[in-house]
Design a protein around this ligand. Sequence first.
Ligand code: FES
Length: 186
Amino acid sequence: MASMPIAVDRAGKFEKVCGILDLHARRPARLIPILQAIQHEYQYLPEEVLTYVATSLDVPPARVFGVATFYAHFALVPKGKHVIRMCDGTACHVKQSIPVLEALHAKLGTSENCKTTPDMMFTVETVACLGACGLAPVVVIDEQVYGQITPERAVALVDEIKAQEALLQGASANEAGQPSAEASHV
Ligand code: FES
């Protein structure tokens, strides 16, 4: 499961980014794996981090931004906690991927132009062939592949995630409201 988007920790002075850069010996040739690791950390590539990477690697910012915008895998805007990737390759399209996509957008209030829910919980995007055409139509939710997906099943999966999130939030609220075991013995 993807983690919540994390704000860049200015106070930490890009501590995590520094760690990633050090791991790759600050070699410009390692730019792509560096960006992959940063995206894994932040769920996207914050602009200020890209600038910092360019300075740290001593390469022009245009090169870093060029790589970040060239590969579809990289995201320059934050994504939701749960990323839903609907395949719209040829096989999936023929097997009715669009009705599934429309059902997801209707369920979540998202659209082609507004892919992420306001609460940053879900992002719905389309992708080219996922390489599982035999299972068409295919949707990937948080790296889990679902084949022969229908609009009803897709909506049910979203409901399952929402129910899990509600449980998590309930548990967090309970924890916050409960005195700790240590405190309760004082
Ligand atoms: S077209 Fe969807 S997995 Fe290939």
